[in-house]
Ligand binder design. Structure first.
Ligand code: TYD
Ligand code: MG
Length: 454
């Protein structure tokens, strides 16, 4: 038997070194190296490169655009996040925390893609378990095959026989190749398996979804290498206690990133939520204080979201600041601006902030609505019905335009809001939109009259 060859790999970025290192020269992380057994059949690698068909440089105008054909996944949200459908031969990484619904989503896609032949490979569950899940989802499909296997060589052989249009690998951490001796889920296994799948996808035009578990700090599968290899990186996220899930495009070689898809986890699978504002706005009998509505944009889709603030007298010396789904440093900044520019005594107040539906937001265009909700709760005065805000707040209390303000305004008008408060900088270039009153303010000092008076 050949002597075992060993190498050290960084768990974060996949950097390979012959010796153990304390700090990874690749990503600068400390104590991330693990020892793994590798046995590269060097002669085979050499032979493959020798025999591989050589492609020649071509004029860009001569390249056939037919390669831009898209496969319809029969799911509006997924199609949009992918940039208008799945590109044949693409490799898509679907990441997310355990239990968030990656297996459910991908099985649902495999079952509902009518007109496509799909193969769902699972290394985590048995065929019976997947069959039960399919029954629960209640979608029948004769062209969907289920295969429970962990050995990559067998999987590739079955893919070659079945010739599916779309393959799902659930998950990359559970499959392994015989050419490497380290265990499944190790950096070198993940790298080799992903590389083999990539080669297969590119040579045959089969699209492959790879599911990857996410580590605690939010990076996909630990090794960043996977993100470089694949064409599209999607992240499935949401609060485990909440039914809403968001599919976010992080990287997309064939479309725009920062596009989101919204889903609701029901008893019989995931339902696409085509109009997110419908779930993010609650309808109260009478107006309550501390609630404001912000017009936001994710990718190219505008939506309205409710923000709630609770401002109470601080019981202890140091006031509490607690934000759910929002950067608490940005919240502190907005509170400091209110303190300094409007003279509100925030240093004596505890402030809690929350977004509807357990949404996580990072849009600075929501600053103005956050400020509005804090003002409303501070004075315990409800904002008038049918008013929303869209604008960024600067350190001097100035109100700056939010990106894509026109879209935010037209979404607010579409949903029946009667007034939107935006930055005064927009006054010059803005066409007067129909059906909604636009109030331009330059400073947050001008905000209260716009919120509380007709
Ligand atoms: P799963 O897809 O197994 O998560 P992952 O593959 O990301 O680990 O999702 C499991 C959760 O989803 C589980 O808690 C049950 C729930 N679920 C539903 O609420 N409705 C359904 O129809 C299905 C299939 C699962
Ligand atoms: Mg799973």
């Amino acid at each position: 038997m050949a002597k075992l060859k060993k190498a050290y790999f960084c768990r974060e970025c996949g950097f390979e070194a012959p010796k153990w290192l304390g700090r990874c020269p690749g990503c600068g992380e400390w104590n991330t190296f693990t020892e793994e057994v590798i046995a590269k059949p060097t002669s085979v690698v050499g032979a493959v490169t020798m025999n591989a068909p050589q492609s020649l440089p071509q004029r860009v105008s001569e390249i056939k655009p037919s390669s831009h054909r898209r496969l319809d996944m029969c799911n509006v949200e997924v199609n949009r996040v992918l940039g208008g459908g799945l590109v044949p031969g693409s490799l898509v990484l679907l990441g997310g925390e355990p239990g968030i619904g990656k297996s459910t989503l991908s099985l649902q896609l495999a079952l509902s893609s009518h007109g496509l032949r799909t193969l769902y490979v699972s290394g985590e569950e048995s065929a019976e378990q997947i069959g039960m899940r399919a029954e629960r989802l209640g979608i029948g499909n004769q062209e969907c095959y289920i295969y429970s296997e962990t050995l990559l060589e067998n999987i590739l052989q079955q893919i070659e026989q079945q010739k599916p249009d779309v393959v799902v690998i659930d998950s990359i951490q559970t499959i392994f190749t015989q050419t490497i001796e380290s265990s499944a889920g190790s950096v070198s296994q993940i790298r080799e398996c992903a590389a083999s799948l990539l080669k297969y996808a590119k040579t045959t035009g089969t699209s492959i979804f790879i599911i990857g578990h996410i580590t605690k700090d939010g990076t996909i599968a630990g090794p960043k290498i996977l993100e470089h290899i694949v064409d599209v990186v999607l992240q499935f996220e949401g609060d485990g206690n909440n039914v809403y899930r968001i599919l976010r495009g992080i990287k997309n070689r064939f479309g725009a990133t920062f596009e989101i898809g919204v889903f609701e986890m029901l008893d019989n699978g995931l339902r696409a939520v085509e109009n997110p504002s419908e779930i993010l706005l609650s309808h109260y009998e009478e107006p309550l204080s501390g609630i404001a509505v912000g017009a936001s944009v994710d990718g190219v889709r505008p939506y309205l979201i409710e923000v709630q603030a609770l401002v109470t007298n601080a019981a202890y010396g140091t006031p509490q600041r607690n934000a759910t789904g929002y950067d608490s440093r940005r919240m502190s900044m907005l509170l400091a601006v209110l303190e300094k520019r409007v003279g509100m005594k925030m240093y004596q107040k505890d402030v809690f902030l929350n977004f509807a539906g357990g949404f996580r937001v990072a849009d600075t265009g929501l600053d103005l609505s956050i400020v509005a909700s804090v003002i409303s709760s501070y004075y315990d005065r409800a904002i008038l019905d049918g008013i929303c805000c869209a604008g960024e707040v600067g350190l001097s209390g100035e109100v700056r335009p939010a990106p894509r303000s026109e879209q935010r305004i037209s979404e607010a008008a579409r949903l029946g809001f009667r007034r939107i408060i935006v930055s005064g900088f927009l006054r010059k270039n803005m066409k007067t939109p129909k059906g909604i009153e636009v109030i331009y303010i330059n400073n947050i000092g001008e905000l209260p009259p716009a919120l509380f008076t007709e």
